[in-house]
Design a protein around this ligand. Structure first.
Ligand code: FES
Length: 145
């Protein structure tokens, strides 16, 4: 077998993903996709008093997409909205012990799904969305995806 390029944590979150599912009464739902690989991620957040009390996801995608969805939903639970807004794809990848360079875009999908769900939350409560949509495409512009 070829050498495993993934960290143990990535493998663990891929084999035993946390927080898989839906939240029926979610405060915010975000769906994002990567048109290059075709993977799709849907994230659900339950917010009470500005704190994310629950987070779940459904990902139709590669192993790294599943691992990063699992990790990001774990990371946001118990955090305030303001704290959750500071989570980057790099932080998610680092929490997983790193990702191969060609798989960093999968962590970008996790960050985008989180932001999309947060945006939906702000729209639902009738508040202005306090961040700009990020354009990530150039961050690793030379990657072959
Ligand atoms: Fe598409 Fe990983 S290959 S998100």
């Amino acid at each position: 077998m070829a050498e495993q390029p993934y960290s143990e944590k990535v493998m663990d979150h891929f084999m035993n993903p946390r927080n898989v599912g839906e939240i029926p009464n979610a405060s915010g739902i975000g769906t994002v996709g990567n048109p290059v690989c075709g993977d799709v991620m849907k994230m659900y957040l339950l917010v009470e008093d500005e704190v994310i009390v629950d987070a779940k996801f459904k990902t139709f995608g590669c192993g790294a997409a599943i691992s990063t969805s699992s990790m990001v939903t774990d990371m946001v639970k118990g955090k305030t909205i303001t704290e959750a807004l500071t989570i980057t794809n790099k932080a998610v990848a680092e929490a997983l012990g790193g990702l191969p360079t060609v798989k960093m875009h999968c962590s970008v999908l996790a960050e985008e799904a989180l932001r999309s769900a947060l945006k939906d939350y702000f729209v639902k409560i009738g508040k202005p969305v306090p961040f700009e949509e990020k354009q990530h495409s150039h961050e690793h512009g030379h990657d072959s995806r």
